[in-house]
Design a binder for this molecule. Structure first.
Ligand code: SAH
Length: 260
């Protein structure tokens, strides 16, 4: 069968370097789960190496019909090819117990993939994979760094994140405009944050949506408060660790009339 022609709009950048594919497949620890889902196998360069790892339950999900067809004819021993959109997949009904997610992700939806991981954080105990370097760095950035943002705080609240290595554009067809980064996230032992978790998310989002403002200004713009004195109010959001956001959330909850 002919190769799949890359389509715009589906984030299709096929990896052509087998050594890198093998290196990415080796980023899964294999510990704490028996199910693995690969998002966007394309023409299966990673899939071949993932199959070699013999996970008890291994599935792939691919949105592009042409790729699905290609995968079916080239990987006859892979019987679990889900045709569809990962963002709409019901993970609970597809996978029993704990699972890992991996892939050379479609970059156009990489942020949404990670927000979905967050929604299923008690099921998805590990994520490894490749995405655009900028987002990879953001996910792993420590407080105080320029790229630290919403995804860093929300993911680092529940996962240990690690930036593994950088990949240049020349190993893809077609080459993406940006460099790529490979990362690993492992679920930490935090069941629940010690605050109202819904409010935590909205506090983190309101603060970073106005990144250059001090916390005082962003918090006051988002919530009606009975007090104006909080020790960290002079700081900017990128200076706050997860713990400090938890503390801020608790303070807001105690001093809030309502959210605006
Ligand atoms: N893993 C392959 C392909 C990476 S390109 C390789 O390394 O060569 C990203 C792949 O994700 C493409 O095959 C694309 O069709 C697929 N894809 C894009 N959006 C998707 C979605 N929402 N759900 C599942 N797969 C998707």
């Amino acid at each position: 069968m002919e190769k799949v022609q890359p389509k715009k709009g589906l984030g299709q950048h096929f990896l052509k370097d087998k050594d890198i594919a093998e290196k990415i497949s080796a980023t899964l620890s294999g510990q704490g789960y028996s199910s693995v889902l690969e998002i966007g196998p394309g023409m299966g360069i990673l899939t071949g190496f993932l199959l070699d790892r013999d996970f008890p339950d291994f599935k792939v999900i691919e949105i592009d019909k042409e790729s699905v067809h290609y995968m079916k004819s080239h990987f006859p021993n892979l019987d679990k090819i889900i045709e569809g959109d990962f963002l709409k997949l019901d993970l609970d009904s597809c996978f029993e117990g704990r699972m890992a997610i991996t892939g050379n992700f479609p970059y156009n939806i990489s942020t949404q993939i990670f927000f979905r991981v967050l929604q299923h954080r008690d099921k998805v105990v590990e994520v490894t994979g490749m995405l655009q370097k900028e987002v990879a760095e953001r996910i792993c950035a420590p407080p105080g760094s320029k790229t630290y943002g919403i995804l860093s705080v929300l993911l680092q609240a529940y996962y240990t994140t690690e930036y593994l290595f950088t990949v240049g554009g020349e190993v893809f067809v077609p080459p993406p405009k940006v460099k790529s980064g490979v990362i690993r996230l492992i679920r930490n032992d935090v069941d629940h944050l010690e605050c109202n978790e819904k409010l935590f998310t909205s506090v983190v989002k309101s603060c970073f949506n106005q990144r250059r403002k001090t916390l005082r200004n962003s918090v006051r713009a988002a919530f009606e408060l009975t007090s104006d004195s909080y020790p960290d109010f002079g700081l900017r959001p990128e200076q706050l660790s997860v713990e400090k956001f938890v503390r801020l959330t608790n303070w807001i909850e105690q001093n809030m009339v309502r959210s605006k």
